[in-house]
Design a protein around this ligand. Structure first.
Ligand code: AOF
Ligand code: ZN
Length: 331
């Protein structure tokens, strides 16, 4: 691996540490390097917190003079919640900036290179471009499409059923606690009305502390929903939204204006299928149970699997997690 790639790979690893916590901001990692040594490193933790470059430069201190800065995203050149990083880079005496992907934030997009060059700083862009872009697939989507990044999560038997007669759960404890972690990384959880009528789910995050519960979203055609359902009566009832007879684009745009960047869809089958058909699902997560289901009720899932790419399997207790990114996202 060439030198630039090696340091950028380190910046990518740093960026990943933030997980889903940075939204509505991007995941960004940065390293300050001189003479083959790391002088400072950092990653962005979330809105209002210092940017990755600013942290790495601050850690390097006076030794940053004459050093190279590797950063996964084009540095910002305008004043947002924090001062522009191009200013900090200039003041620190950084001699060369290497970045992986361009920003899509209109305030900063495609501006850094000119600003830095004018200050006599060398710029190399596009190093590990694909890896750096992949860090922020969701960020780029909600910023440019003004709709949330939609994750479809389904618990399913290996033969494609979404329910087991007479059983409350399809998957075991490990898989269900993983759902809690996935929910924590999302701003809203959506289900169809039938799931509310049948399962009366809470749709809350119950593992660890969170700033605020995610929105709970129900889509319905008939508008017939049980008034006593938990989402309407529990302590978080203010966080419940109902959309009646609205197009997916309308629902998603409205959720975006409420600050929803990542939306988790938890079923049921009809809601999932219609969202997939509308081309809105950007990431699929299946929790597969080795227990057989009642019948092959979901042939559509098989059809989608044929098109799926970037597949990953992971054991979760007695079940299996199966993640897929659809081809229109992989490109
Ligand atoms: C980040 N972290 O490490 C970098 C960002 O308003 P602010 O200060 O939160 O700035 C957000 C914008 O800054 C963001 O949309 C992106 O354009 C740019 N770069 N943002 O949150 C970082 N480098
Ligand atoms: Zn910045």
């Amino acid at each position: 691996m060439k030198v630039d790639e090696r340091w950028m790979a380190k910046a990518v690893e740093l960026a990943k540490r933030a997980g889903e916590e940075t939204r509505p901001n991007p995941r960004v990692g940065a390293v300050v390097v001189k003479g083959g040594k790391v002088l400072g490193e950092g990653f962005h933790r979330g809105a209002g917190q210092p940017h990755a470059e600013a942290i790495a430069i601050q850690k390097a201190g006076a030794s940053a003079r004459g050093a190279d800065l590797y950063v996964t995203l084009e540095p910002c050149s305008t004043h947002g919640r924090t001062p522009p990083c191009t200013g900090a880079i200039r003041r620190a005496g950084i001699k060369r900036v290497i970045y992986g992907s361009s920003d899509v934030d209109p305030r900063n997009a495609a501006k850094a290179e000119r600003v830095l060059r004018q200050a006599g700083i060398r710029v190399t862009r596009g190093v590990l471009h694909e890896e750096c872009e992949r860090l922020n697939e969701d960020y780029r989507h909600w910023k440019t499409k003004r709709e949330p990044w939609v994750i479809l999560k389904l618990a399913m038997t290996l033969d494609g059923a979404l329910s087991r007669p007479g059983k409350k759960w399809i998957t075991g404890f490990r898989a269900r606690s993983e759902v809690q972690t996935i929910r924590k990384g999302c701003d809203a959880i959506l289900v169809g009305a039938e799931t509310i009528r049948k399962d009366d789910p809470r749709l809350t995050v119950r593992n660890g502390r969170i700033r605020e519960q995610p929105w709970r979203v129900v889509v319905t055609q008939s508008g017939k929903l049980p008034k006593r359902a938990r989402i309407f009566t529990d302590a978080h009832r203010r966080r419940t939204l109902v959309y009646r007879n609205q197009s997916w684009s309308k629902v998603l745009q409205d959720l975006h204006t409420r600050g929803v960047c990542r939306l988790l869809v938890e079923g049921g089958a009809r809601t999932a299928e219609s969202l997939v058909q509308a081309g809105k699902v950007k990431e699929w997560i299946f929790h597969l149970s080795a227990q057989p289901g009642p019948s092959r009720e979901n042939r559509w899932i098989e059809r989608l699997m044929e098109k799926g790419s970037r597949v990953r399997f992971r054991p979760l207790g007695r079940d299996i997690e199966f993640r897929v990114v659809p081809p229109d996202v992989v490109g």
